[in-house]
Design a binder for this molecule. Structure first.
Ligand SMILES: [Ca+2]
Ligand SMILES: [Ca+2]
Ligand SMILES: [Ca+2]
Ligand SMILES: [Ca+2]
Length: 449
């Protein structure tokens, strides 16, 4: 009966440093029978000069290239390390072959080879998908990895489009196989970049493997499937301007001047260029003047351009408008803002203030007294013919509030808040009109018949 076992050899380069390569050979027996005469042949090819070997199992003869293992039991493992100097020329593919006395049930794993392979990869990504302003800083993250099987040393990172001195680190002493290092770099967006609409960036890494052999790579944008592609960052100019307008009243009075406050704000994300504000005079209005907190002013229509409005910045315009005595109908006044910088939401770029005419804006005459005695005459403090009143407050002569009422017309009849009749005497009132200035005065309660 034939004795059968599956021997296996694997050979890897653990590293090449300073031109010295370390090979690791691992011999195993997958069974089912023990192997009494296991041997591995590994003759160094022409590209190497033997230095030393190390093993706990058997011995290695560098001249014949034979590693005599002897007994290799089922499941056992034998390891040999060979150190050699790498020559600049010659064949660097090193092959090991395992054999024994038993029949090998699987000859496919009996040969293993290793070749020094110096390889770097470099990825580079920007911290955002897009940028919006000149002067903004793109923060790049680069990852340099040694994807070969030998150490790379004296590595330099270069990036012609990075800010001077912004690459950290730009020199790496040594990177072992499988090791990675993270590198940061910056690029400050220039006016030229803004004009181009994008920043294109690619870095390079170059290092030495052994015997003066250089290993280099260009960076790859890891966010795309394209290999070794440049990192492209779009610059999207965009400024959402908003405008508001109010004269703090809903009703206008002819023959007066009304004052509008207009506020233009840049909500970003880019600075806005050539911010143009237009406030035309409503039909029937002929006298208008304006000033702004950016030291501009004018008479007539507001038609003004600010060269730039930073993100989050505002300009406040104050517009004075004279309402002629013969003005009729609603007073609607519209302001618009535009910019050469694209605005993603144009619905916020117009504001209109509309005032209705005042129908009760004649002379304000407040009754001097009331006589709540049940004779149906002058029973209440009647302000119903006055302009709309937001609130009435009444105080006694000691300053104590005896009455208040919102949306007042004629509710107060000389009683306090609990409905008790207040004594005859003089009372102080404050009338808060909805549109006019507050009015104060004295009213007398007469309780005589
Ligand atoms: Ca085998
Ligand atoms: Ca890519
Ligand atoms: Ca807008
Ligand atoms: Ca208004």
């Amino acid at each position: 009966m034939r004795v059968c076992s599956d021997l296996k050899i694997t050979k890897v380069i653990t590293d090449v440093t300073n031109g010295e390569v370390s090979f690791k050979l691992t011999a195993t027996n997958n069974g089912p029978e023990n192997e009494a005469q296991a041997a591995v042949t590994d003759i160094l090819p022409t590209g190497y000069t033997f230095i030393s070997f190390e093993t706990a199992t058997g011995s290695y003869n560098p001249v014949t290239g034979v590693w005599n293992i002897g007994l290799l039991a089922v499941g056992a493992e034998a390891v040999l390390f060979i150190t050699a100097q790498v020559k600049t020329t010659g064949n660097h593919t090193n092959i090991a072959t395992i054999s024994g006395n038993n029949t090998d049930s699987n000859p496919n794993n009996n040969v293993s080879s290793a070749t020094p392979n110096g390889n770097l990869t470099l990825t580079k990504k920007a911290d955002r998908e897009a940028y919006y302003n000149e002067g903004e800083v793109i923060q790049y993250e680069l990852v340099l990895t040694n994807t070969g099987n030998i150490s790379i040393h004296t590595i330099s990172i270069a990036d012609s489009n990075a800010d001077t001195g912004s690459i950290h680190p730009s020199q790496i002493t040594s990177l072992a196989p499988g090791q990675s290092i993270t590198i940061t770099a910056q690029h400050t967006i220039t006016a030229t970049d803004v004009g181009a609409g994008e920043v294109i960036n690619q870095a390079n890494a170059i290092g030495e493997s052994y015997n003066g052999i250089f290993v280099k790579t260009k960076s790859d944008n890891p966010l795309t499937d394209i290999p070794l592609d440049k990192t492209v960052s779009p610059i999207l100019l965009q400024a959402n301007l908003t405008i508001s307008k109010t004269n703090h009243q809903d009703i206008y009075k002819t023959g007066t001047t009304t004052t509008y406050t207009i506020v233009v704000t840049n909500n970003g994300p880019s600075a806005a260029q050539d911010v143009h504000v237009t406030d035309l005079m409503p039909l029937g209005i002929t006298v208008m003047s304006w000033s702004a907190d950016n030291q501009t002013s004018g008479t007539g229509e507001l038609n003004s351009t600010a060269p730039e409005l930073e993100i989050g910045a505002s300009i406040t315009y104050t517009v004075l408008l004279q309402i002629p005595e013969d003005f009729e109908g609603n007073l609607a006044n519209t302001v618009n803002v535009t910019s050469v910088t694209p605005d993603p939401d144009l619905t916020s770029n117009q504001a209109t203030d509309t005032d209705a005419p005042c129908t009760t804006c004649g002379e304000i005459t407040i009754p001097k007294g009331i006589s709540p005695n049940g004779d149906t005459k002058n029973e209440v403090f009647d302000l119903s013919s006055q302009p709309p009143i937001a609130k009435l407050e009444v105080f006694n002569r000691y300053g104590q509030k005896v009455y208040d009422g919102n949306n007042y017309t004629n509710q107060w009849n000389g009683s306090d808040k609990k409905g008790n009749e207040l004594p005859a005497g003089t009372y102080y009132y404050v009338i808060y009109f909805k549109e006019n200035n507050p009015k104060t005065g004295w009213v007398y309660i007469n309780r005589q018949n």
